[in-house]
Design a protein around this ligand. Sequence first.
Ligand code: KIV
Length: 277
Amino acid sequence: MSTQINKIVSSKAKKVTTHVLLEMKEKGEKIAMLTAYDFSMARLIDQAGIDVILVGDSASNVIAGHETTLPITLDQMIYHAASVIRGITSSLVVVDLPFGTYQGNSKEALNSSIRIMKESGAHAVKMEGGSEIMESVQRIFSAGIPVMGHLGLMPQSIYKYGTYIVRAKESEEADKLIEDAIKLEAAGCFAIVLEKIPATLAEKVAKTVRIPVIGIGAGGEVDGQVLVLHDMLGITQEFSPRFLRRYGNLADQIKSGVSAYIEDVKRSDFPNKNEQY
Ligand code: KIV
């Protein structure tokens, strides 16, 4: 047990880079990734030793309250990413390219990525898609910007699917997903997120490509896991898919803390003599 803790601590002593992630896969060391969108949360999860922080476009849902990830803008993603960067010391920070800033135009994809890197100080970008975005991936990678891929359920395409159910259960979609993963690796991606696909397919992808495969709802036989911070800490309550394990119940803690504060204010218990000047 203590050897395992030492290993975890020593692996966090240096900055996590894309190269470190590759080494972790080679050594069979799992990669832990979480989302964050602001300075305070980023600082806490970096201090806790998270390997990778994703400034996800899920900010559109959990921060801005939109139904989908589509409305969030590039300027808003840069604002979130810059806040996260100010909170971290060793985690690798990856930022989602938001919907409409890269699809179908590789020059625009490069310009969007350059803005994220320059204006936020982030370390890498993430994009949803396979063969359709290959030119963009190559162009961004050629400019020296690390790219993380994202296959399986791609929330930016929700209006195409019409549903958030498990993807690639049929062989045609599964075969395309494997081909896409191979293409993303060849185009220079340093890692791939697989969202909500059968565990056996995710395992096959992780064994096929050399780069790390990070799963969310993709089973345990991949190289790492990612969850949305607000979901795993129990801040969001409505969302409870099978793959989500909750590590806290912050919604209840926040509400009971706030209720206690309201009560103290109402009965003139707060502030007391020691809490004033
Ligand atoms: O935006 C996000 O939070 C994501 C994760 C679900 C992987 O893309």
